[in-house]
Design a protein around this ligand. Structure first.
Ligand code: C2G
Length: 129
């Protein structure tokens, strides 16, 4: 069984998030998604509209997702890959190169982002209404 992992905040869940989860799952048989906790997002300098337990519940309900774990720090990825026997690590290509250190432990794949949509854009558009 080929296991895939990806990480994200998944705030205001949108088609860009769905696309990457769908395509990540297509690379294997089992998809683990690490969802950033509110405390970790504070470290990332991201203010979420939706609290972490709701973001996790939404991601967990996506049919491509087999397991959801919390992301609490930048440096948990190596342990996650080992603990979950991960074969492929996937991220959107806005992260290209940033996680190449994981190549020692698993395949690293950066997939093209979905154009024209982002949580930031959604927040700006909503503010304008
Ligand atoms: N994404 C995408 N297309 C978009 C928006 C996002 O493919 N239009 C992808 C991102 O590249 C990322 C995933 O969706 O792979 C989640 O995006 P975010 O929720 O913005 O996650 P981020 O803040 O990038 O957190 O340790 C890694 C971090 O947790 C990543």
């Amino acid at each position: 069984m080929k296991k895939v992992i990806t990480y994200g905040t998944f705030d205001l869940f949108h088609i860009g998030h769905l696309n990457i989860l769908k395509r990540a799952k297509e690379l294997g048989d089992y998809l683990v998604v690490a969802v950033s906790s509110d405390s970790f997002n504070a470290i990332k300098g991201k203010k979420c509209a939706i609290p972490d337990y709701e973001r996790m519940a939404i991601v967990e309900a996506i049919k491509y997702v087999d397991e959801v774990i919390p992301e609490n720090s930048w440096d948990q990825k190596i342990n996650d890959v080992k603990d979950h026997d991960i074969d492929i690590f996937v991220m959107g290509d806005d992260w290209t190169g940033k996680f190449d250190y994981l190549k020692e432990y698993c395949e690293v794949v950066y997939l093209p982002r979905t154009e024209g949509i982002s949580t930031t854009k959604l927040k700006e558009d909503l503010k304008l209404k």
